[in-house]
Ligand binder design. Structure first.
Ligand code: FSO
Ligand code: SF4
Length: 546
């Protein structure tokens, strides 16, 4: 195996024996083969787009399977083998479609032609070097191909959530096809791939806007909310991940059963949506960011439902209380699929919860959030006044992810030491590094404004664009906003590319720069966009406040 797609890549270069995330060599190779197969499907689909033949099944399949390969989403080798088989079958159906139209398919890559007639043959193909990251020898081309692939993976995750709520865009699907197919194209130069990277950012913006419309259309606009972090004395289910449709179904099915529902990690922002406030048994948020789940699942006592990443390979005694759905999966954990009407039956989890003890309280009190674009824009006058009077000197976008590396203490210290006339804008699980600190407010404006999940970084961009308009500036970079972003996995990659596409410059990215950026590609990002890493807290605060 060779994997360097996330921030925790071993030694800052790549995992080669077993993932720091817990992914086995076997699963890593199968994920590579999954992506390789999707690239082959994309190459055929692209020829289809040119010949006027569309493949809606391939669009859906690509989106879902890409999502399965993002960090900490799915650790189940058998699921990947089954999914690859589905991909091969789909690919052959696509070829038959061309034949039936008398269109010749020429110049196909091995990714579009390889076959396997057994699980062993699939595993042998997965183990061969020509399907993985290192198959591309030139390190800059490899770096750009992977940057695009990871961006598209993140985009696929967001597109899938929107899709679950009935929203899809043909152009986004067409871009999956274009981008994945381009990564097989030896004719694409480094410059071409740089241009494609920026285009990936454009579709990242479109996809996040689509997801924002899907979430707010279905559940209303997030509003200022105090979220309880304590517990009650009823049996309960903990729901993690990012999928609001899954949450809605769980809340409906648990209503009146005596079973409470708590959010974990990235599901916390669900409390900000008006539609979920009517459920009395939707009690609060339990615990912290994804990486603390082993201890937190221990004390939670009840069953846990993962709707997406981030899964940490569970202790064996927890496996039977962990359920997965959608793109998430872990061997031994029960997976719940939707029926033909797109409904998921969570009754087994509910019955399971009734037999288990209520959660043990690990903290209490409340945390505040709900500052997505609509809510912040409703407060715009107050915010603009505070900037004009100098009460707020600077905003810090500290969106992104949390992770287990000790070096991430930087973000807690950074938030804590920021001057009191600054405001943090956050989204994603990065917030857990500072959302329980007492950072106070500025004239009633809290110093930490949480917009929501990582995809709600889109909200922060909308807010910035609105402020640019209000202050009549020509450039988003003239605003008193600094960007100090923490990244972990591929959704953060698409968020970053989206911000670059929107013209945001001088983004600081930590705790380390991606292992998949070659020195030359890093140089392009530094020279063109002013991307930089992080230093020490004191030096960085001084630099940002200048
Ligand atoms: Fe966090 Fe995990 Fe939302 Fe990521 S839970 S790290 S960027 O999957 O998706 O922020
Ligand atoms: Fe390593 Fe991250 Fe890949 Fe897991 S996802 S194998 S931790 S680089």
């Amino acid at each position: 195996m060779f994997c360097y797609q996330c921030q925790e890549a071993a030694r800052g270069t790549g995992c080669t024996v077993r993932g720091v995330c817990g992914k086995t060599d076997k699963v890593a190779n199968l994920q590579d083969l999954m992506v390789y197969t999707l690239k082959g499907i994309a190459q055929i689909a692209e020829k289809g787009l040119k010949a006027g033949v569309k493949f809606p099944d391939a669009d859906y399949f690509t989106m879902h399977s890409l999502f399965m390969t993002i960090t900490n989403a799915n650790f189940d080798d058998e699921v990947f083998i089954a999914e690859i088989k589905k991909g091969l079958k789909l690919r052959e159906e696509m070829k038959r479609e061309f034949e039936s139209k008398d269109v010749k398919l020429e110049g196909l890559h091995d990714a579009a032609t390889w076959t396997a007639d057994s699980n062993e043959a699939i595993l042998a193909k997965a183990n061969s070097v020509n399907v993985g990251v290192l198959a591309t020898e030139n390190e800059d081309i490899r770096s750009l191909r992977e940057l695009i692939t990871y961006g598209v993976k993140g985009m696929a995750a967001y597109a899938k959530h929107a899709y679950n709520l009935g929203k899809e865009k043909e152009e986004v699907f067409a871009f999956f096809t274009k981008a994945l197919s381009a990564t097989l194209d030896e004719g694409m130069s480094a410059d071409d791939l740089v241009a494609l990277t920026l285009e990936t950012g454009k579709y990242g913006v479109d996809t996040m806007a689509m997801l924002d419309a899907a979430n707010t259309g279905a559940y209303g606009n997030p509003e200022i909310t105090e979220v309880n972090i304590g517990t009650r004395n009823n049996p309960a289910i903990l729901i993690s991940g990012h999928d609001l449709k899954d949450l809605e179904q769980l809340l409906k099915q648990t209503e009146g059963t005596g079973v409470d529902v708590y959010t974990h990690s990235e599901m916390l922002p669900a409390h900000y949506y008006p539609a979920f406030k009517k459920y009395d048994h939707f009690v609060g948020n339990y615990g912290n960011a994804w990486w603390k789940q082993k201890e937190e699942f221990e004390s939670f006592n009840g069953p846990i439902l993962f709707t997406t990443n981030c899964i940490v390979p569970p202790k064996s005694e927890h496996i039977q209380r962990i359920y997965t759905t959608g793109a998430a999966g872990f061997p031994g954990c029960k997976h719940i699929d939707a029926d033909e009407n797109d409904l998921k039956d969570f009754s087994e989890i509910i019955e399971h919860a009734k037999k288990l003890a209520p959660p043990k309280e690990i903290e209490n009190g409340k945390i505040l959030g709900g500052f997505a674009h609509n809510q912040v824009l409703a407060l715009a006058d107050k915010v603009v006044d505070a900037v004009k009077t100098g009460a707020i000197k600077k905003f810090f976008v500290m969106a992104g992810c949390d992770g287990r590396m000790k070096s991430r203490d930087y973000y807690t210290e950074f938030a804590d030491k920021l001057p009191k006339d600054t405001v943090i804008l956050t989204a994603g699980c990065a917030k857990y590094r500072y959302n329980k600190l007492e950072l106070g407010d500025i004239g009633g404006i809290p110093r930490v404004l949480d917009a929501g999940q990582c995809n709600d970084s889109y909200s922060l961009a909308v807010i910035a664009l609105k402020l640019k308009e209000v202050f009549e500036l020509n450039d988003i970079n003239e605003l008193p906003i600094a960007y100090n972003i923490a990244w972990y996995e591929q959704k953060a990659v698409i968020v970053l590319l989206a911000l670059l596409y929107l013209g945001v410059k001088n983004i600081h990215l930590g705790p380390t720069l991606p292992a998949f950026l070659s020195p030359n590609v890093t140089k392009v990002l530094v020279d063109t966009f002013g991307i930089a890493g992080i230093g020490t807290v004191d030096e960085d605060i001084e630099m940002f406040m200048k």
